[in-house]
Ligand binder design. Structure first.
Ligand SMILES: [Mg+2]
Length: 327
């Protein structure tokens, strides 16, 4: 088994409520033939060098760092996929049953804008291909947050707008901001309040919301099946990502729990290469919305996997396992 840390260079700095990044690191795990990837995100604070040291021990500990656990889990699934000629989606289908609707349309994300004119041009251009646009809010400047939504709405009148606050509003701001941005008909609002407010925070927010608010989704607050169940009465949907779940199996279990509680599912990813986003994309048929564009922000994406057609529809590679291959 071979372990490696790879530094990805972003095509432009990516700013969200948690901070700004110009590079990201991913863990690559290989059995000499197949290779898988899991990203390090600043949010979990896992140290790449420390993760590598753990993996290079003679005996692996029972509880692995999150990134290491995911990369090894994906390698197991990729190996089985290649042995059986089946995709990761076939594994998901064996657990979740046949998908009941079409794979949702592709989405592109925009980091918190620096210049609203430049942002408007970019929104206009991307909206010619992608019907769903995700806007990062929580800039710390409520006026900029509203302007971001307003500019995007006028630049892309027909786009579905997913608003992701990344916990950037406090309990006094969130209900007012949700009411304000609702004027621009967003499709959903993700993680308006900080995850450290816990389930109580969500309960409080729900009680403060105006009548008939846009669907509210939890992201950072939902890490496990238990979180899905605990929040089911207070949110309309959950964002599920491989890294948060820690494994494909756990992500599938979270999807099953969300469906059981009639929650919508947004399938997300981190900033990672096509190797990472393609692994996640196998779960897309069970999602209501997808946000699988992490590889578009990587200037040196060394894999090829999922693509989007001219109308923004997700195209899966026609290969077993994860299905992404080196460029
Ligand atoms: Mg999010």
């Amino acid at each position: 088994m071979h372990f490696e840390i790879k530094t990805l260079h972003l095509s432009e700095p990516f700013r969200i409520a948690h901070g700004t990044s110009a590079t990201r690191q991913v863990l690559r795990v290989s059995n000499g033939e197949l290779v898988t990837e899991a990203p390090f995100v600043p949010y979990y604070g896992e140290d790449p060098a420390l993760t590598l040291a753990v993996l290079n021990q003679a005996v692996l500990p029972e509880v692995l760092p999150r990134t290491a656990g995911l990369a090894l889990n994906l390698l197991r699934h990729d190996i089985i996929g290649h042995q059986t000629g089946r995709t990761l989606a076939a594994y998901a289908e064996s657990k979740l049953g046949m998908p009941v609707h079409h794979t949702p349309p592709g989405c592109r994300s925009f980091s918190i804008p620096e210049d609203l004119d430049v942002f408007a041009d970019k929104v206009r251009e991307i909206a010619t291909q992608f019907p769903v646009l995700k806007l990062k809010l929580g800039s710390g400047d409520l006026g900029l947050d509203i302007a971001t939504v307003s500019v995007a709405r006028y630049a892309a009148p027909h786009a579905k707008l997913l608003l992701d606050v990344n916990g950037g509003w406090d309990m006094a701001e969130a209900p007012l901001m949700i009411e304000k941005v609702a004027e621009y008909s967003p499709t959903l609002i993700e993680q308006p309040i900080h995850h450290r407010l816990g389930v109580d925070g969500w309960e409080e927010l729900r009680a403060l919301l105006p009548g008939n608010p846009p669907p509210i989704f939890a992201d950072e607050s939902v890490q496990t099946v238990e979180d899905v169940i605990a929040l089911a009465d207070f949110v309309d949907g959950v964002n599920i990502k491989l890294l948060k779940s820690g494994s494909l199996d756990a992500a599938v279990a979270m999807i099953a729990a969300a469906k059981e509680h009639s929650l919508q599912i947004l399938l997300g990813c981190m900033i990672e290469t096509s190797l990472g986003t393609t692994a996640a994309a196998h779960l897309a048929p069970w999602a209501d919305w997808i946000d699988l564009d992490g590889h578009f922000y990587v200037a040196d994406d060394d894999f090829t996997g999922i693509t989007y057609d001219a109308s923004g529809n997700l195209i899966m590679p026609n290969r077993p396992g994860i299905g992404a291959v080196p460029r």
